[in-house]
Design a protein around this ligand. Sequence first.
Ligand SMILES: Cc1cc2nc3c(=O)[nH]c(=O)nc-3n(C[C@H](O)[C@H](O)[C@H](O)COP(=O)(O)OP(=O)(O)OC[C@H]3O[C@@H](n4cnc5c(N)ncnc54)[C@H](O)[C@@H]3O)c2cc1C
Ligand code: SF4
Length: 475
Amino acid sequence: MGKATGFMEYDRKTAQERKPDQRISDWDAFHPVLSEEEAKVQAARCMNCGIPFCHGGVNWKGVASGCPLGNLIPEWNDLVYRAQYEEAWKRLSRTSPFPEFTSRVCPALCEGACTTGLHNGAVTVKEIERFITDMAWEKSWIQPNPPKERNGKTAAVIGSGPAGLAAAWKLNRLGVTVTVFEKSELPGGLLTFGIPNMKLPKEVVARRVKFLEDEGITFVTNTDVGKDLKVEELKKFDTVVLCGGAGQPRDLTVEGRTLEGVRFAVPYLTEATKRVLSGDTESKPLQGKNVVIIGGGDTGNDCVATTIREGAASVKLLEIMAALPSERANDNPWPRWPFVLKTDYGHQEAIYLFGHDPRSYLTTTASFIGENGHVTAIETMEVEWVTENGRRIPKPKAETKKVYPADLVLIAMGFAGAETYLPEALGISFGKTHATDKPGVFAAGDMRTGQSLVVRAMRDGMDAALEAAKYLGLE
Ligand SMILES: Cc1cc2nc3c(=O)[nH]c(=O)nc-3n(C[C@H](O)[C@H](O)[C@H](O)COP(=O)(O)OP(=O)(O)OC[C@H]3O[C@@H](n4cnc5c(N)ncnc54)[C@H](O)[C@@H]3O)c2cc1C
Ligand code: SF4
């Protein structure tokens, strides 16, 4: 339970991030780990609340609450407070296969449901998770543990994002011989080629992939299943788990969309990461360029930070929704996830560099303007949200048209679902569970659920693996 009076004695304190002026000229991680002393004090704030909602992982009327992995948070908080770090690691690793990812990128659904957070700032669960996990890697408590015996069953996992990695890990631990197929040149999915290096350093992903290889999993990269590899080849596996992500970006159908320089966010972020991985951390391809980003979610924020590092002269971010309130609204009570305004790392950097928040709310795109086939400007309009036929829709206000210079426009409006060529080639459709309508073929992660979070993809991958194991007669 931590210290009985800890929540009254200590305030929430997070690790000191590198300041924007220090971090915008490199691609290194900006969020450090808590020191041992800080971690113990923060863990002491866990108050033994009786019913810890933080590890519940439930959905209340469509709103998330608590950790989807069911992480045993109060238990490891107590162990950290008592300096029993290896025991804390053992407890954390019972429920989470890759906490080095979530402790860096998770929005921390647990903290939104923390009882201490009701009056004095939630326990810094995510940072304590990071403290335990970093120490576990440092002290070599994390060691490959290949199955003692193989059971002769084989599985193909398609896609190596967090869902695919988690499904492969679980099946492998059950003695199944697992091959992961990945169309990109490196495994990791959006962990590698989506989330930027400064938020999730790529060596953290590579270290886990190497660990999984050492446990006996085979990764086959540069192989697009359904294109490079015919789906008939999958017949030689006893089961198949599809974890191909939600690869269809949501598009904008306005005038000028086909102009050069108007592009989707993820391919742009992928190119930037590839450049960093090649060792080129100095070049500034956006020097002197005006950038407009459409979409205010995680991806939009990552684009702000990335374009700043690439030398953009100005960065503007358009969001069609209204700004969230600074505190929970009455219809968004604890312990549900709080929908409150967050000024994320990219926004902070833009504020430092340009002197103002890059976000414009209640704003939509009217058209793109170009010269010689390349975008030069974007025309925007404010919107008003109205209810028509029972549906909330954004109504543009024609009199509010504005034009901003734009040499690069990044569309970061989320994803419309999975790409269809693989399910079509397999002749399957997804259902409500992990099983598809073809026996032995399962699906997990964003491909099955639509765009979501790393933590949910991990959970879904493990759940699909258990279904596949049951199909193989292993459970
Ligand atoms: C820019 C960005 C930032 C994000 N930031 C965060 C964040 O900070 N925190 C968070 O929790 N979530 C974040 N998310 C969401 C999170 O990354 C996803 O929900 C998660 O990665 C989904 O995992 P997945 O394994 O289902 O799919 P993905 O990570 O998309 O992986 C799917 C993999 O399948 C491969 N693939 C697809 N089809 C085939 C095929 N036919 N053959 C072979 N391989 C194939 C793809 O190449 C890809 O590698 C972010 C998303 C984006 C786009
Ligand atoms: S995985 Fe996310 S929700 Fe779960 S304990 Fe870690 S930070 Fe919290």
